[in-house]
Design a protein around this ligand. Sequence first.
Ligand code: ZN
Length: 357
Amino acid sequence: MLLTVKSKLTTNHEQHDSLLKTMEKFNEACNYISVFAFKKKTFGKVRIQKELYYEIREKFGLSAQMTVRAVGKVAESYKVDRKTLHEFEPHGAIVYDQRILSYKSADEISILTLDGRIEAGVQYGESRKLEADRVKGQADLIYKNGTFYLMIVVDLPDAEPIIPDDVLGIDLGIVNLATTSDGKAYSGEKCTEVRQRYAKIKASLQSTGTYSAKRHLKKISGRERRFKKDTNHCISKEIVQTARDTNRAIALEDLSGIRERVTVSKAARESIGKWAFLELRNFIEYKAKLAGVPVFPVDPRNTSTTCSVCGYTNKKNRKNQASFVCLACGHTENADFNAAKNIAFRAAVNLPIVLCS
Ligand SMILES: [Zn+2]
């Protein structure tokens, strides 16, 4: 499976300046190429390269491969829209490939700048160590808040898929971020707490409106996002591990269903952001793939209003956010747990039957 891993470059002042200068020249070249392409209505990579290659190299001091990359970046962006002139930010990404970026080890790279190659350290957010030979050719160099990052494309081996003999159903939500059909709930309380705490600080900073307040605001948003991401990493890891250890597949509702089923107000929904679900879901899916655990999407209709014991469906079964009481058989349960069991059941009926010979 191809995955993009974000890594941070550790650079000294000199290296930092070299990279920054390179990035600025690269994007300056992109803008120059863009004007040419737009005016001449020449959008093909090969044709632009033919016309501009030597000029770009001389004018901006870019290496051969960087020139090719700059042309590539411009041509790529015009594939989407040719009606307007495209402009490139001075600190827009540079696409590096094997010819201008190589890995001395998983923690050290050699990367080309206008001042020649520099050797910089690489740090990864996730604890997982990268094996250098897993790294595919390409990586985007990006610059954010004074730091360089490499978005590295790595090829991770999928594990041998298990043949599940049962299904672990997962209900995703807001009060509980995830609830399994085993009855384990991952509370969203801590996330809500953090969100509310930051919301207060944000509100006061927003009303201040000064430059430093804005900077502080940005920092806080980043912190909140990272907290949420860490939480999602932990939850998804544990869920996948549980499924793997018990030889079960994972069942999740189809995406469209998750959006439909969120019954909080529009304002609250926006403040939480759709990505809250998407991220946890994505994490579960990719970790499952790496672990060889199959993931089954199931029809999300009525998972929260159907009784997991007798199958009776009625909106009124769901008394409120938290509790489910079946009007037919009287079965009473936490609403998310009930939904997770329905999700597991829907996938389980489709499990392949292994015939013994
Ligand atoms: Zn019932």
